[in-house]
Design a protein around this ligand. Sequence first.
Ligand code: C2E
Ligand code: MG
Ligand code: MG
Length: 712
Amino acid sequence: MTKLNLEVAAFFSSLLCFTYMLTAKRKQYKLNLGIKNTLMNQHFVYMVTVFSIIVSSVSSVGALMLQPIASDPMELSLNILHTCFFLSHNFLPMGFALYILHFTGSSGGKSRRFFILFFLPFFIAEAMTLTNGLTHWVFFLDESFSYHRGSGMFFFYACGILYFLLGVVFFFRHKKAISKGNSYTIGILLALSGAGVVIQAINSKIAVELFFESLSAVGILMMLEERSGHIDPLTGAYNRVALVDNARRLIETNQNFRIVLIKLTDIDLFQKLFNGREMDSLLLQISEYLSFVASNEQRLYYFRTYDFAILYSGSSVSKVEDTVNTILKRFSDDWKSGGASFKLEAIVSILRIPEDITTVNELTDLLTAGYRKTGLGSRVVTYEEISSNQRNRKIEKALREAVDSEVLRLYFQPIWSVDEQRTVAAEALLRIDSDALRKLSPAVYIPIAEQCGVIREIGLFVFEDVCRFLKSMKRHGIDLSYIELNLSVHQFIYDDLVERFESIRKKYDIPTEMINLEITESASIEDTPNVEKTINALRELGYSFSLDDFGTGYSTLTQFLKTSYKNVKIDKSLLWDSDTNEVSAKLLDALIHMVRSLGCNVVQEGVETSEQLERTEASGGNLIQGYYFSKPLPQDEFVEYLKREKESSGSKPSSDNAPKIKDAPNTKETTKAETSLIKEKPKAKEKTKAKDNPKIKESPKTMIKTSIKANA
Ligand code: C2E
Ligand code: MG
Ligand code: MG
């Protein structure tokens, strides 16, 4: 193939790429004002590089065609064509290197000095080309208008090699930010354009350089540009795939960046008021505003319906706070569409990477975090808030699945009577045997179950399982006075609660006296409908009540005095505090005395050590629940526990012979989670516990075996 043919082929293939970019991918390289912004755009760099191939090939073809018929008047035209060729051709190696820099996502972190040094050889080459008329360093035409290379051409080759090597360095340095497929593509294309340069440098008659470069441009279009072109057609912003892709590159290359999330929480309400065109125009207005705020330096993403994001990397990170304030200010003003003016609620949050998020998975999880309209107006939410919101949603989903898939379990924690010196009752505690919830304490998911209404099913399950257990007691030869179960105030919302409980109870034929309902009185108890009515109805039927978590902010003295309870359960945090705090110890002592003098039983929760047990007994506490005796146990282990206790004739356990049983494995994390999520336990107490209960680390099964052996 002649040089002319090859240059024509290069022209057509690059023209094809250019036309495709201009038409199909127009929105990807929106022309931004300012050279920096423009050069920061990967797609724009690609466009300019392809355009350089076109100019190079056109000027080369023009020069080749003029050459044989050249005459004096054509000398200027020939010189212009050769100059154009070099001006555009100098861009190519630099363009490839810059493209790879952008493609690996590492351009954002580079300083101005880096870019000055990066562009310097290119600008020198361009200056040499422009002044060639005076210096003839690059090329010159002899008398017969034949073209000759000048000595400065070596500088061009040196620049070409330098940029080629830079491309290779950028590629290898940030290789892990590029997917395997893309790595191969870049590798092959780098090799292809490198080969073209080398072949032509060795033998200028084999003029494949431009042709190979145009082939590389086609390759980039097909393999990289096409795939990385993720534009939302309506807003013109990048889509979710682009956001995740870009964030992945930045995370993989350990860069520090920020993502500002802008979630429009109530815009969907306008869907009913506006037609599709008006909604689109509203969205476009918002998108244009946000892309203006992003000042074209950062990318705007429209990653989910009504959710936008702006990504700040490199030096722009410092602008994040200002941007957030500007956005909030705009959202405090009206938007206009369909002839109406209205306010929109935007929830804005800043994700800091790597401070908040370190993996792409965490990011994708957070991107799906939904926000319901809060009615509080546009505001900033912290990362902690979105992640806990996200976590609550996951828990809500897991709870819904759990109630449908028979993974609810009921555990029992013994309640020891000081007077009778034996276990007289137990508290039924919920556990959920699903991957998502196994390790969480009910204290974490019960409030979520209350909010989403799943508490109704849970409550009925617990009630039925308690009745089933009570029914089985005779068969197992065990004897308990009653079982306590936790009743959420939210269960009172349902009018048929008494009816449902009664039909279950009757089905198992359990006397109401054997069922004790624990309630935690809180401010919400007064606002919840039906509470008083339902409690009275249940009490009339013979059910008894315990006041749970007494001594915390939840249960107040006035509420306690208003209602009559059989048991008052003193919160474990007060007991634990009194280990180290004298005021708490005095308060606890006084509380126990007071409750006992009013004729109620005191159930002290959270007793873990012999000192705590002794203190509680000394104050007059008559019922004890805590790890000192046992953690909550699955039903069969609880039955074993009671049988063993009966065999050892109800002797009160000391720190040596206590039938202590550790919680079942699947609840091991629960208490840890509970402790950290709900109340900090004093460290001093942990030490005592470890000291007193060396067996506490053993598995429940081993404990049972050991204990059975010991008893035998
Ligand atoms: P609660 O009703 O106050 O239950 C006592 C909690 O203290 C249980 O945690 C129990 O395992 C734990 N505990 C008892 N003794 C000790 C001890 O010596 N040391 C330590 N560290 N912890 C002890 P759990 O099972 O994680 O339950 C947490 C809360 O979740 C319960 O507090 C209750 O409010 C709620 N809950 C549990 N099951 C149900 C249920 O079936 N329905 C409702 N509505 N709420 C439930
Ligand atoms: Mg309770
Ligand atoms: Mg409690």
